[in-house]
Design a protein around this ligand. Structure first.
Ligand code: SF4
Ligand code: SF4
Length: 73
């Protein structure tokens, strides 16, 4: 599983909730910018805990779903 995770840093308040919430450590904390970063998007398990709990609603998880294979015949 993996996902594209978008963090709208201009709306982020730097509360750290998303980093705390992610139990598989996809999200890490950037100490210099005091904002979360997506460190291991390939490990995201689509639980949406980060997205649901972000008080600023500025994190979006878009799961990577492999497209259906089209067989010509
Ligand atoms: S959806 Fe779940 S696994 Fe993925 S980054 Fe958010 S908290 Fe982590
Ligand atoms: S939970 Fe939302 S507001 Fe808080 S650090 Fe994460 S992205 Fe920023």
């Amino acid at each position: 599983m993996s996902a594209h995770i978008e963090i709208h840093t201009e709306e982020c308040t730097g509360c750290g909730t998303c980093v705390e919430a992610c139990f598989v450590d996809v999200l890490r904390w950037d100490e210099s910018k005091e904002r979360p970063i997506v460190a291991y998007g390939q490990d995201c398990v689509w639980c949406f805990t980060c997205e649901i709990n972000c008080p600023a609603q500025c994190i979006e998880v878009a799961p990577h779903m492999p497209g259906q294979r089209v067989e010509p015949y």
